[in-house]
Design a protein around this ligand. Structure first.
Ligand code: FAD
Length: 625
């Protein structure tokens, strides 16, 4: 089939994290998909640090995996270190993070995509969009091809009119060594879209052989590493590579300050907003002037490479300043640079211009996902890509959009935040953004989402069967704990070992096991539990679910009830293009915001900043409630 004569179901522009998940999702749902990207060698390239997951982001990767996306599998297959962050806190905060081998990561993604049916590839740069009135019908490329498609997903990342800054040098580029993308923003603005600028930055990469690790603190991975994917096709790591921790110091700060007058951040050449939570080192020195040191994590870029990523030293200061300042860090005295740090400015589109499906409000069949929507981070991008891929495929099949609610997934929170509130700075996920975080845990993403992914035709039958089995065994174990009594003789040695008050009568096992001071592993020698676990072939994942149920079911039920109450408001829909101007009894600000965002439900309206509870009461009356 020729590119000239085919009309695709879905064209995905850009093979980054969003584009790769989008292409996989739509193709796996049966849509004939074309992935057009500037360089097929750089599929799912990690532009910044070679790590997936982390706080709240790890939960997102688990959700992508549970739905049938690829990011979790690729991360497991290419991981060099795994850590479960926040393990000392409650399970809602546990966040998996893995360092990956950067080169293997891109290669593994490409292999997985090449093995995906219904997916074609083409290397070129899209420099224009084809419209028929207010519908998109295809794309134009730099080589002059016009390729037709029923739907188009734009996932151009940091490439749209990208501008790279290092000290006083500025040049066009989408990432170091890669060209910027022009034409798309311009076509969209002509159609009435509002475009903005954002910026992000990256630290230097250095030669690991030139560092003195004896002056740094070793940061090994977890002793018993876990993994991201719920599928058994990936295995936890047996061998891991360590990272190293060192610090900046007043001398480093002084040397950095010498370059401030040539810094594009401070001399006004960079005008756009960067990620507040991921500041450059010059920003940290400037903003936190009283702090005399900042953490620097030295992270390997892969299994065999000597290249190291200097996490915490993101900078766009001139090369000579980067070079001088970094040498004043303990362990970096004789450092050799592989690449200097840089900052990049790029176009993004206010995500309030999107529907929950990630389809644009202005142009039918056109979807946006990833950094183009004002987010930052691989996980945020990948999850939007998956959702856009699913929804583009559903659109071609004439089916209703797939939308995740805020109480169903971090992905639901992310998209709802973006399209309801918009963003003035690169948006990244945090656990604090999720009001139902006790429900949205990394351990239960499969129970929450695999049934939905299976129904869509995205998650495999194998995934679904595993979820059913996990649920069945969890219920079985909970029932056993609730029905089984233990005697003083069985339990008191366990309590004694933990310096806890002893019991003087037999008790149901769940009552003892629910005590916050005790872990399930404290019961490992309890004979009747041991026998039950062995007889029913119960694994640690099931034990973990049962333990979380015992200890947190009160909180979980409370959150479920709150979510149910709010979801009732979700069901009070507002008609499309509702005329808020006629509602004179709501505030001027609320009228303006509601008109701009056009919420689809009362619940969404209540989350728009500037819309007060009294405005909502008026709306409710108007909607007949
Ligand atoms: P990208 O990963 O950027 O992928 C875009 C893809 O689209 C590329 O393959 C590109 O070749 C292709 N493409 C673009 N335009 C076209 C076109 N017209 N035609 C065909 N193909 C096209 N994230 C963090 O969380 N923390 C950080 O500190 C951080 N720092 C960063 C520093 C730098 C310098 C950069 C570049 C990125 C940084 N990021 C950081 C962001 C992270 O890399 C992105 O959030 C993530 O990669 C976005 O994924 P994406 O799929 O939207 O876009």
């Amino acid at each position: 089939m020729s590119l000239f004569s085919t009309t695709y179901d879905v064209i995905v522009i850009g093979g980054g994290h969003a584009g790769s998940e989008a292409a996989a999702a739509s193709a796996n749902m049966g849509a004939h998909t074309l992935l057009i990207t500037m360089n097929l060698q750089n599929i799912a390239q990690m532009s910044c640090n070679p790590a997936m997951g982390g706080i709240a982001k790890g939960q997102i990767v688990r959700e992508i995996d549970a739905l049938g996306g690829y990011s979790g599998i690729v991360t497991d297959k290419t991981a060099i270190q795994f850590k479960m962050l926040n393990k000392s806190k409650g399970p809602a905060m546990w966040s998996p993070r893995a360092q990956s081998d950067r080169m293997m990561f891109a290669e593994c993604w490409r292999t997985m995509l090449e093995q995906t049916e219904n997916l074609d590839f083409y290397q070129d740069s899209v420099n224009g969009l084809l419209f028929d009135g207010d519908k998109i019908i295809g794309v134009k490329t730099a080589l002059g091809l016009e390729i037709k498609s029923k739907t188009v997903i734009i996932t151009a990342g940091t490439f749209l009119n990208g501008l790279i800054h290092i000290g006083d040098k500025t040049f066009g580029g989408g990432r170091a060594g890669e060209s910027a993308s022009t034409g798309i923003t311009e076509d969209l603005v002509l159609k009435g879209f509002e475009a903005g600028r954002m910026k992000t930055g990256t630290p230097p990469r250095v030669d690991g052989r030139s560092l003195d690790y004896s002056k740094m603190l070793e940061q090994p991975g977890d002793e018993i590493p876990e993994k991201f994917s719920y599928l058994p096709t990936t295995r936890p790591l047996v061998k891991q590579r360590s990272c190293y921790l060192t610090y900046t110091n007043p001398k480093v700060h002084e040397l950095l300050r010498e370059g401030f007058d040539r810094s594009p951040m401070f001399n006004g050449r960079i005008k756009s907003t960067g990620p507040r939570y991921c500041p450059s080192v010059e920003d940290k020195v400037d903003r936190f002037a009283t702090k005399d040191r900042h953490q620097i994590f030295v992270e390997p870029e892969g299994w065999t490479t000597v290249e190291m990523y200097v996490n915490g030293f993101s900078t766009s200061l001139p090369e000579d300043i980067q070079d001088k300042a970094i040498r004043a860090i303990e362990g970096f005295e004789n450092v050799k640079f592989f690449r200097y740090g840089y900052a990049i400015e790029y176009d993004f589109f206010q995500p309030t211009q999107l529907k929950h499906s990630l389809e644009t409000k202005l142009i039918e069949n056109l979807f946006f996902a990833g950094q183009i929507n004002g987010t930052t981070g691989y996980e945020e991008a990948a999850s939007q890509g998956l959702m856009a891929g699913v929804n583009a495929a559903l659109k071609t099949q004439g089916k209703a959009p797939f939308v995740l609610k805020r109480n169903e997934a971090y992905i639901g929170v992310l998209i709802d935040d973006l399209i309801t509130k918009g963003t003035d700075e690169p948006y990244r996920m945090f656990t604090s953004r999720a009001e139902y975080r006790t429900l949205l845990r990394q351990d239960n993403a499969d129970l929450r989402l695999t049934p939905l992914g299976f129904e869509l035709g995205l998650a495999s039958k194998e995934r679904m069967d595993r979820v059913l089995e996990k649920q069945r065994k969890t219920d079985l174990l909970i029932k056993f704990l609730e029905e089984t009594s233990v005697t003083e003789a069985e339990i008191n040695p366990i309590l004694e070992a933990k310096n806890l008050d002893l019991i003087n009568q037999s008790l149901k096992l769940f009552k003892v096991a629910a005590r916050p001071q005790l872990d399930f592993k404290d019961f490992k020698d309890l004979e009747k539990l041991k026998v039950f676990i062995a007889e029913n072939d119960i694994d640690w994942e099931v034990v973990e679910q049962a333990e979380i149920h015992l200890k947190y079911s009160g909180y979980i039920e409370k959150e479920k009830n709150n979510a149910d109450k709010l979801n009732r408001l979700e069901n009070v829909t507002i008609p499309a293009n509702f005329n808020y101007q006629k509602l004179q009894s709501i505030s001027f600000e609320a009228r303006e915001k509601l008109t701009k965002i056009q919420p689809t439900s009362i619940s969404q309206a209540s989350r728009i900043s500037g819309v007060s509870p009294s405005d909502i009461s008026v709306l409710l009356v108007y909607m007949g409630r």
